[in-house]
Design a protein around this ligand. Structure first.
Ligand code: PLP
Length: 372
């Protein structure tokens, strides 16, 4: 490799940033039964309707993707129009190979020639990493009480700012920004800056003061983009579909960064079918809400501090033992959780809310580890 000219922006970010896969933990620790609570996946599985649609579409999988993307976008428009007065069309939606791919499109579309982004710390690290990958700088603004400090984020805007990411609910803290905060913030953002509301965990939020960023898109504001994914409440993390909602002009611009055939038809059909099965989403949402309370009670019994969450994960903070020791002990007991060093919180751990059996196992393992 010495003789090759390598891209320094790529070398600035780690090559593999995903959590430890279950199979790896099984092999490393000689375990057969491992509980995955590290990546905020849904433990409840895909809707059977989505599985059937995926299976049917395999018949044509020898072909490149065709009309499935347009169909999904039409269905998304109908889905959102059923819940509000202003109407969307397929032109308001852009799909990607997971939401991560959509975030990549946004960064690629706006970070060039010295462009910068702004994000909270801690938050989903891909905003920063992708900004660096495209040669830009991400200004990180510290959280305030585990929440986005939107006023400080607005203060951080410079001539170089091209995009601001607001993760709502925020990963890894699980906290929300409210409607009033968003309104005051959006007022302060100059028209030359894009504001991206990443609502990957939208469906889990039950706070009525949840910001409705979509209203800005409905009102025709080009600079606002809202992001959603099928990976979380729709339990489709392994299939990879996420999407942006924006004005037709913004979506048309972002489509320049979309890689042709980025997602396969069987996956897009599965996502469209999953939209039809809202009962499955509702069941998942209710189970997560019930299990959240179960986890809170268990964590309190263990004397652990957590940040109340609006998502499907809980951030444990001010841990009484060092995170490395806790993580190692949990892995030995077959429970994958996520240490938050990579998110800039070396003293915290994020735990995905699981099924009752998984949550019981996690609490048991944590109790054992803390007793040692
Ligand atoms: C806030 C946030 N945005 C986006 C993503 C990416 O989701 P996807 O699986 O759709 O790429 C995640 C995944 O954990 C996330 O937490």
């Amino acid at each position: 490799m010495q003789n090759l000219k390598l891209n320094p922006h790529l070398l600035a970010i780690p090559a593999n940033i995903g959590g430890k896969p279950t199979g790896e933990v099984q092999a490393e620790y000689g375990l057969t039964d491992v509980v995955e609570m590290g990546s905020n996946e849904s433990p409840f599985g895909l809707s059977p309707v989505a599985v059937a649609a995926f299976h049917d579409a395999l018949q044509n999988a020898h072909r490149y993707p065709g009309v499935a993307d347009k169909r999904l976008r039409q269905k998304l428009a109908a889905h959102f129009n059923a819940r509000a007065t202003a109407s969307f069309s397929e032109q308001n939606f852009l799909t990607g190979n997971g939401l991560t791919d959509v975030i990549r499109m946004i960064v690629q579309a706006f970070v060039f020639d010295g462009g910068e982004t702004i994000a909270c710390t801690p938050t989903f690290p891909m905003y920063r990493l992708l900004t660096q990958e495209f040669g830009g700088k991400c200004r990180e603004v510290s959280h305030k009480n585990y929440r986005h400090d939107l006023s400080a984020m607005a203060d951080a805007i410079t001539e170089q700012t091209r995009a601001i990411f607001v993760c709502n609910p925020n990963n890894p803290t699980g906290t929300l920004v409210t409607r009033d905060e968003v309104e005051a913030f959006v007022q302060r953002v100059p028209p030359s800056v894009v504001v991206v509301f990443d609502e990957a965990y939208y469906e889990f939020a039950d706070d009525l003061d949840y910001s409705n960023a979509l209203d800005y898109v409905r009102a025709g504001r080009d600079q606002v983009i809202v992001l959603r994914t099928f990976s979380k409440a729709y339990s489709m993390a392994g299939l990879r579909v996420g999407y942006a909602i924006g004005t037709p002009a913004m979506i048309e611009y972002l489509a320049h960064a979309q890689i042709v055939f980025n997602t396969g038809d069987p996956i897009l059909y599965a996502a469209a079918a999953a939209l039809d099965d809202q009962e499955h989403v509702e069941r998942t949402r209710k189970m997560i809400a019930a299990e959240k309370q179960f986890l809170y009670d268990g964590l309190t019994r263990l004397g652990l501090q957590y940040v109340p969450t609006q998502a499907n994960f809980v951030l444990l903070v001010n841990l009484p033992r060092d995170v490395k020791t806790i993580n190692e002990g949990m892995l030995q007991r077959g429970v994958i959780i996520r240490p938050m060093g990579g998110f800039g919180m070396p003293d915290a751990i994020r735990v995905t809310i699981g099924t009752r059996a998984q949550n019981e196992r996690m609490l048991w393992a944590m109790g054992e580890v803390l007793r040692k």
